[in-house]
Design a protein around this ligand. Structure first.
Ligand code: NDP
Length: 258
């Protein structure tokens, strides 16, 4: 039975967060640190990570920045080795880096297809591959570890021109369900979080005018989720008793229908 103070339920835990230089990852790093975890923040923009680390430290938390491109297997393995050496390994992985580049399929935007597949699928896998040994060991030694993958409502619902992005997220959700079955017996909980629209930098990378118009209309007609809403939910998932595994969490703006 845990005797941890209710305000720091993640004390003694080491959380690695990818895509932590902005949006959902950044907010989640701050949240997990506030719940007592030592956090490792990973993304490419080192300056943004450094600011985040300093902010977390000012608020009494502990954070380490590792600038890495998750599509680079060698860089990801080096990050995992550093977490092992400096912090004794991760027991919570929020595998969150991703990009959304919608476009009509007939435009044959092969570069954008590849970018989404390389990051949302291959990058996600590099991170899982590098950190799973640490999670499994933590599961065995400490009785619980978490692998939380960021999917999307796009994994479930249908959004014209978002086919490639949606398919990458369907991969994430389905992969997570299989990994849960594989790793659960070893005390590694696996979850997929599937947000509807969250106001972040994600939308700023969109180049397709039709998608930009759709996003603009959506922003006017409803209140989007905030990155902090997702961060709160990740904190909740991670702080649950070890016997409880939220397999899939769909979190929507109240007014978003699909
Ligand atoms: P942001 O664009 O704000 O965050 C994306 C993060 O991924 C950034 O920190 C970026 O940092 C990082 N990243 C991008 N490419 C790489 C790379 N090659 N290597 C390492 N890190 C990288 O968007 P969100 O916070 O919204 O996105 C987070 C996740 O949430 C994504 O997987 C997205 O698909 C998902 N999602 C978002 C929704 C939304 O409406 N916002 C809805 C549903 C799901 P840097 O550029 O410094 O590397």
């Amino acid at each position: 039975m845990s005797t941890l103070a209710p305000t720091t339920p993640l004390r003694d835990r080491v959380a690695v967060i990818t895509g932590a230089s902005s949006g959902i990852g950044e907010a989640t790093a701050e949240k997990l640190a506030s719940l007592g975890a030592r956090v490792v923040v990973v993304a490419r923009r080192a300056d943004r990570l450094q600011n985040l680390v300093e902010r977390i430290a000012e608020n009494g938390g502990t954070a380490v920045a590792i600038a890495a491109d998750v599509t680079d297997t060698t860089a990801v393995q080096a990050a995992a080795d550093r977490v092992e050496a400096e912090l004794g390994g991760a027991d919570l992985l929020f595998n969150n880096a991703g990009v959304m580049l919608p476009a009509p399929i007939e435009e044959r935007a092969a570069g954008q297809w590849q970018h989404q597949i390389d990051l949302n699928i291959a990058g996600l896998m590099h991170v899982i591959g590098a950190f799973t040994p640490q999670l499994v060991r933590a599961g065995q030694e400490r009785g619980v570890a978490d692998l939380i993958n960021t999917s999307s409502i796009a994994a479930q619902n249908i959004f014209p021109t978002f086919a490639v992005y949606s398919a990458t997220k369907a991969y994430v959700t389905h992969l997570s369900r299989h990994l849960r079955a594989e790793l659960g017996a070893r005390n590694v909980r696996v979850s997929a979080i599937e947000p509807g629209i969250v106001g972040t930098e994600l939308q700023s990378h969109v180049t397709d005018q039709g998608a930009l118009d759709w996003l603009e209309g959506s922003k006017k007609s409803m209140e989007w989720l905030t990155a902090q809403d997702i961060a709160e939910t990740i904190g909740f998932i991670a702080a649950l008793p070890p016997r409880v595994n939220l397999q899939q969490v769909t979190i929507m703006p109240t007014a978003q229908a699909g």
